[in-house]
Design a protein around this ligand. Structure first.
Ligand SMILES: [Zn+2]
Length: 392
């Protein structure tokens, strides 16, 4: 009788009746936090989790009023309710002390599945529904959207990035869960003219899809007329360290920290065509792309964070001037250049709309304005693709 009571109690708690939750296939810390109006950090703190990793069968609590679940996941084997049916093992032959190699035929090595090439923007891979943009243009941010029971286990990469001027081309990416949909953010690097190739793997099925690129007319190269003092900053000895700092920060990967759509940093609108403009900084010099959107504003105008995140860089630098970089998680970051005053510190948590600094004309700048960048895994995307959206 005692045994029965115990196993019933175990069963109830495993089913969540006692208030605790058992991690299911496809769950991520991020979507569980969202579903329970918590941040990932709060959920980690509540459960004493050392990392963002959770495992199927792990018990979690969503409020302080519940008892702290066991620290390690390993589901206690219960004789009454085995967590998993025991795997078929090599049959132990009658009194064979050291059975030779498994008499059962070793499962044949799974052949590498051929890569299937799909056309269209809506198809399935291993039972997972995939939705892609129908076409893209250079500088676009976009999302590969995945839904279905195995969506969280999908692996996504962009083989077309090989040979492109991008950081960590063809990186293997796992999707983030948001509102029942899993997705992987993508970017089309400025200067790209060939289609984007997406490879999606679910289980043993691998599908490649091609997203065509919109043709763009050649835009005129704008020669910047920099004053002597400003032009001198292009060769500032501190530039290399500044670039290295930013490049290192682009390597950050973490779970998305935001839960609301992105919002503009100022009430003014950016100069039309300022993002992605091709320009020369030195007369006759190399053509460069402009990786941000420029917002006209008076000196001292407060600048607001475009979304929640963590400040990873804050200070005065030779090229970018008064610079703040916010890591939003998910490989997405925002950068704010040329500020007269920086009002935040590295490590500080920021919420959308919080003032991070003031408009200025520091660094390579010829007048008060904000230069805003929103980057996906270090590559510049059009900020307009983000505003009023949770994902592009
Ligand atoms: Zn700019």
């Amino acid at each position: 009788m005692k045994v029965l009571t115990f196993s019933l109690a175990f069963l109830l708690s495993a089913l969540g009746v006692a208030g605790a939750y058992t991690v299911q296939k496809g769950d991520t810390l991020y979507n569980l936090a969202r579903a329970n109006n918590l941040t990932v950090e709060e959920l980690r703190r509540l459960n004493n989790l050392p990392s963002d990793t959770i495992e199927i069968g792990q018990i979690l609590r969503f409020s302080e009023s519940e008892p702290l679940p066991p620290p390690i996941i390993k589901p206690a084997p219960s004789p009454a309710v085995p967590a998993e049916p025991p795997k078929a093992e090599v049959p132990s032959g009658p009194a064979s002390p050291t059975p030779p190699k498994a008499p059962t035929k070793a499962a044949p090595k799974p052949k590498t599945a051929p890569i299937v090439v799909r056309s269209g923007s809506n198809f399935t891979v291993g039972g997972v529904q995939v939705i892609l943009p129908e076409e893209l243009g250079m500088g676009d941010a976009f999302s590969v959207r995945l839904s279905g029971i195995d969506a969280s286990s999908a692996q996504v990469r962009f083989p077309s990035e090989i040979g492109e001027d991008v950081r960590m081309p063809n990186e293997m990416l796992t999707p983030f869960g948001a509102a029942g949909v899993y997705l992987v953010p993508g970017r089309v690097v400025l200067g790209k003219t060939t289609p984007v190739i997406v490879e999606i793997k679910v289980g043993t099925e691998v599908v490649r899809a091609v997203i065509p690129l919109r043709a763009v007319g050649k835009s005129a190269v704008v020669p910047l007329q920099l004053s002597k003092g400003v032009a001198a900053k292009l060769t500032d000895p501190g530039k290399a360290a500044e670039d290295a700092l930013v490049n290192t920060a682009y390597e950050r990967r973490g779970l998305p920290l935001w839960t609301k759509p992105f919002a503009a940093p100022l009430s003014s609108t950016a100069f039309a065509g300022s993002f992605g403009q091709s320009r020369t900084y030195v007369k006759g010099g190399p053509v460069d792309y402009h990786y941000g959107a420029d917002y006209p504003a008076k000196l001292g105008t407060p600048i607001k964070a475009v979304n929640d995140g963590t400040v990873v860089i804050a200070g005065m630098y030779p090229v970018r001037g008064g610079l703040v970089m916010i890591d939003h998680g998910g490989g997405v970051s925002s950068l704010y250049f040329h500020q007269s005053k920086v009002r935040v510190k590295p490590g500080q948590k920021i919420t959308r709309g919080e003032v991070i600094g003031e408009v200025g004309t520091t660094g390579i700048s010829e007048g008060p304005h904000l230069h805003l960048e929103i980057r996906v895994r270090g590559e510049a995307t059009d900020p307009a693709d983000w505003f009023n959206r949770l994902w592009p």
